[in-house]
Design a binder for this molecule. Structure first.
Ligand SMILES: Nc1nc2c(ncn2[C@@H]2O[C@H](COP(=O)(O)OP(=O)(O)OP(=O)(O)O)[C@@H](O)[C@H]2O)c(=O)[nH]1
Length: 203
């Protein structure tokens, strides 16, 4: 495939506390594996996967950021150009959920105001260790106008759906923006509600 052989190019950035499973989600999606003994990300990693949605080729640039506080100034610089953010927490770790408002402040401060954000509760294979009820997370996501999905990188649960639904939403927005000719682009600081689209759900 040549460099130009795609219809859309989107940048997706994963953020969230250390250890919630961001790298495992990316590796499951891009390489189809669950890496044993995955170490902490240093700074930022980058992977590419091209998918086809309704006959259109969509190239996804996926940026996996380190959750550790000490890398925050590096990772913040990747927010600005993101088309979508995957804000991840671990359903077995209350702390990772409690930190979400802090992450939302980061998004508010550093991301572009058109960014599509999806909240992801990872590690649903560890159901008996769950600390954050699904309803609570759904309510939180809805209050913040975010999409919500629960995944397991380990069991490959909802991982394809996560990235394909996002790609689908980004295509929809790109087409809409073209139609609107940017007349209705939100003003800085104006919130944006995203409707959830299931147009290319796999399950
Ligand atoms: N049971 C289970 N464990 C998972 C899952 N996803 C990730 N893990 C484990 O959680 C730990 C952290 O995973 P990472 O993918 O490195 O987490 P991260 O969010 O990228 O962490 P940082 O790079 O430090 O920000 C590893 O031990 C993984 O094996 C999952 O879906 N289920």
């Amino acid at each position: 495939m040549s460099m130009e052989d795609y219809d859309y190019l989107f940048k997706i950035v994963l953020i969230g506390n250390a250890g919630v499973g961001k790298t495992c989600l990316v590796r499951r999606f891009t390489q189809g594996l669950f890496p044993p003994g995955q170490g902490a990300t240093i700074g930022v990693d980058f992977m590419i996967k091209t998918v086809e949605i309704k006959g259109e080729k969509v190239k996804l640039q996926i940026w996996d950021t380190a959750g550790q506080e000490r890398f925050r100034s590096i990772t913040q610089s990747y927010y600005r150009s993101a088309n979508a953010l995957i804000l991840t927490y671990d359903i077995t770790c209350e702390d990772s959920f409690r930190c979400l408002p802090e992450w939302l402040r980061e998004i508010e401060q550093y991301a572009n105001n058109q960014v599509v954000t999806i909240l992801v509760g990872n590690k649903i294979d560890l159901a008996d260790k769950r600390e954050v009820l699904r309803q609570r997370a759904e309510d939180f996501a809805q209050a913040q106008s975010m999409l919500y999905l629960e995944t397991s990188a380990k069991e490959s649960d909802n991982v394809e759906k996560l990235f394909l639904d996002l790609a689908c939403e980004l295509i929809r927005e790109a087409k809409q923006n073209k139609l609107d000719n940017n007349d209705t682009a939100p003003m800085p600081g104006e919130g944006k509600t995203i409707s959830y689209l299931n147009c290319c759900s796999l399950n």
